[in-house]
Design a protein around this ligand. Structure first.
Ligand SMILES: Nc1ncnc2c1ncn2[C@@H]1O[C@H](COP(=O)(O)OP(=O)(O)OP(=O)(O)O)[C@@H](O)[C@H]1O
Ligand SMILES: [Mg+2]
Length: 326
């Protein structure tokens, strides 16, 4: 384990006053320097030459600062199975990337508005939401986007209004491309745009897949992990062949992992299905993640020294190393 990393990030906790889970009342939370000199998957790097899937460990370097920003890579965080960590991963990958100096826009594309709330924005008091952006051509998309308290993270908020969109989109001209049209207007201002999808394969999700360059599929390490993923792959293939030929599957992100035989078997099963598309970085199960959602902050900022914060930094570095994100 890198002692250097520990020191750097624990300093961050104290300076931010997050140790008790208390957010500063106002103002932008400055980016803390993050220095994970080496990857430490499962903190086993010294004793295991391979990762849990028998692959060679890869270490993912700390990304170089960017000299200029945009155009953004657009990533759909997608799995129609509920509760697999789509929102948590959207927020925390954004948190990690923001600390590496990447400008991130999270598009909350779920009427539950969990990503919006998880970033400290009150979706019921904002004037405009992603719903307005979809259907009101006269509105400037910039009026919809909210700056969060966290430097480099903006959000296009959602609330329950969005639940009407699924029906309303049916009669729209170019109904699959509406979100793509919205994001085109702001793409140059961000390095990455993450669309937090709702757990369904309806028209909203098709819009996300049409707007995206690629998909990250969070999968919880549990018995029915892969149930429904075949259906998701079919939807992705349909969108690829009919609307968005460039759409890629960037990878499968295993979440809620515990070191049990059961989870290891599930991980192996996921690997058999997706091979090298399974990200090396795996997210552990920890109560600290729901805690950070309650505190409305990414774990990488709320508790930067925590194991799962490191894991989210690790996946962020993996995304950069693989060229998925600038
Ligand atoms: N690694 C984890 N360890 C423990 N709890 C987690 C982890 N990741 C997410 N959770 C919790 O599990 C629940 C579901 O996570 P999340 O909301 O991110 O999933 P989702 O796929 O976005 O769900 P939905 O399909 O409903 O949108 C939340 O309460 C979240 O705090
Ligand atoms: Mg969600």
């Amino acid at each position: 384990m890198s002692g250097k990393d520990e020191g750097a990030v624990h300093g961050g906790i104290r300076r931010n006053g997050f140790a008790q889970g208390v957010l500063p009342i106002s103002g932008t939370i400055a980016v803390q320097p993050v220095d994970d000199a080496v990857s430490t998957p499962f903190d086993k790097v010294n004793i295991m030459p391979t990762d849990m899937l028998g692959r060679e460990y890869e270490t993912f370097r700390v990304p170089e600062p960017l000299q200029q920003h945009g155009p953004a890579r657009i990533i759909a965080m997608c799995n129609q199975k509920g509760g697999v960590g789509k929102t948590t991963s959207s927020i925390n990958i954004a948190g990690a990337l923001s600390q590496y100096g990447r400008r991130v826009l999270i598009v909350d594309f779920d009427p539950q508005g969990a990503a919006t709330v998880g970033l400290g924005v009150n979706a019921n008091t904002v004037e405009n939401t992603v719903y307005t952006a979809l259907f009101n051509d006269s509105i400037d998309v910039h009026e919809v986007i909210q700056h969060t308290e966290f430097e480099n993270i903006d959000v296009m908020p959602a609330n329950i209004d969005l639940s009407a969109a699924e029906v309303q989109l049916v009669t729209e001209v170019g109904r699959e491309q509406v979100l793509a049209g919205v994001l085109r207007k702001v793409r140059n201002e961000y390095d990455v745009i993450i669309i937090d999808c709702q757990p369904s394969l309806g028209l909203l999700t098709v819009n996300a897949l049409t707007a995206a360059d690629g998909v990250i599929i969070p999968v919880a390490a549990e018995f029915f992990a892969l149930r429904g993923v075949a259906l998701l792959m079919q939807s992705i293939e349909k969108v690829q062949s009919r609307i968005n030929p460039g759409l890629e599957v960037y990878g499968v992100l295993v979440t809620m992992f515990t070191r049990t035989l059961h989870c290891e078997e599930v991980l192996q099963r996921i690997y058999e299905a997706f091979q090298d598309k399974v990200f090396h970085s795996v997210i552990s199960r920890s109560i600290k993640l729901p805690d950070s959602t309650v505190a409305a902050a990414p774990i990488t900022i709320y508790a930067p020294g925590h194991k799962t914060a490191k894991e989210y930094r690790e996946i962020a570095r993996e995304l950069v190393t693989k060229g998925i994100v600038a």
